[in-house]
Design a protein around this ligand. Structure first.
Ligand code: NDP
Ligand code: KPL
Length: 308
């Protein structure tokens, strides 16, 4: 098994900085953050704070000549992925393992369509409640990364990432059925991210108001129906499995979509509700809850652009 000695990250936001701080502690200068000059200025001026500790990472611009990394991690939003792939391409060699921590079920395919690598693992981060405000990232729980190889249950790439996470102190689970895992996480995001953004509600609202949680569950159940058509085969038990996860998150914590709405940024709604509506049409499965959530969040985004 080969040992991962160098990692390049693109996306130093809530998720990227949370896990990146652990990788920096382990790999020091061999952990590189790829970012353009504007972002590097922003990060360098006062450092990036992760749970109160100030980090100065090893920054590198997309244009700079670079050796390919043993591992490249994507931690940008789905809307930012095409540019991120372009920006990190100097760091991807024929043997580079690629991990995408993006939510949704499409980022790995999108990366593959450009880099055509056989070393792309599938992954999701779960049970993390990371919140970013400017250069400051806070989380009460780092959760874990669930990852796996779509074609084999255990591969050299999986074992190499496992060994790195053990060294860096990052919790993980290796999934034996990563397609199911990706859909399970997708289902949660479709439920909680969209309803929290529509209600402008942190996790505490869902922990205490059954009516809010039921709304999230109704959006998730449409994903369960769709999963039966795609082979991911989610069940009602999968829907119920989110309850203990939610209860472990900080009541003040906010989904990444609520953070986007509050910051006036474009959200990932196309990759959650938008995807559900698209698949619903393709498989002739009704998706009334997501149809409304999709419209609602699109209106919030458009409203942001109006000057009235
Ligand atoms: N927050 C959370 O708790 C969780 C989030 N996720 C998922 O993880 C992914 C990332 O989310 P999150 O960390 O919250 O998002 P953030 O918006 O906090 O972070 C994204 C970061 O990527 C940077 N970025 C974007 N494009 C580039 C680029 N081309 N080069 C370098 N940096 C770039 C952005 O910089 P800038 O701000 O300067 O544009 C920003 O700092 C999403 O898919 C999300 O759904 C998954 C689990 C939990
Ligand atoms: C599941 C949840 C809500 C927190 O880990 C998430 O993935 C997000 O905020 O995007």
């Amino acid at each position: 098994m080969r040992k991962i000695e160098s990692v390049s990250l693109v996306g130093l936001g809530a998720i990227g900085a949370a896990y990146g701080s652990r990788l920096h502690n382990e790999l020091k200068e061999s952990f590189r953050v790829v970012a353009n000059a504007r972002r590097i200025d922003k990060y360098s001026s006062s450092g990036v704070k992760v749970n109160g500790d100030v980090y100065h990472f090893n920054y590198i611009t997309p244009e700079a000549k670079a050796d390919s990394a043993d591992l490249v991690i994507f931690a940008v939003k789905n809307t930012e992925l095409p540019q991120a792939i372009e920006d990190v391409k100097h760091h991807i060699g024929p043997d580079t393992i690629i991990l995408s921590l993006l939510n949704g079920i499409s980022s790995e395919d999108e990366i593959y369509s450009v880099v055509k690598s056989d070393h792309i693992l599938h992954s999701v981060s779960v049970e993390i409640d990371a919140v970013r405000e400017n250069n400051e990232i806070r989380f009460s729980t780092l959760g874990r990364i669930v990852f796996g190889d779509k074609s084999k249950s255990s591969s050299d790439d999986v074992l190499a990432v496992k060994e790195l996470f053990d060294r860096a102190g990052i919790d993980y689970t290796i999934s034996e059925n990563i397609l199911h895992t990706m859909w399970w996480k997708f289902m949660m995001n479709v439920g909680i991210n969209q309803t929290s953004a529509a209600l402008k509600a942190p996790y505490g609202v869902f922990q205490t108001l059954p009516i809010a949680y039921e709304w999230a569950e109704s959006a998730m159940r449409e994903v369960v129906e769709l999963s039966r058509k795609t082979g991911a085969n989610l069940t009602e038990e999968d829907v119920k499995s989110f309850w203990p996860i939610l209860n472990n998150l900080s009541p003040e914590g906010k989904t990444s979509m609520l953070q986007d709405v509050e910051a006036g940024r474009k959200t990932e709604v196309e990759y959650f509700g938008g995807k559900v509506c698209e698949l619903g049409k393709r498989y002739d499965v009704p998706t009334p809850v997501n149809d409304q959530l999709y419209k609602f969040i699109r209106i919030i985004e458009e409203k942001e652009k109006l000057e009235i």
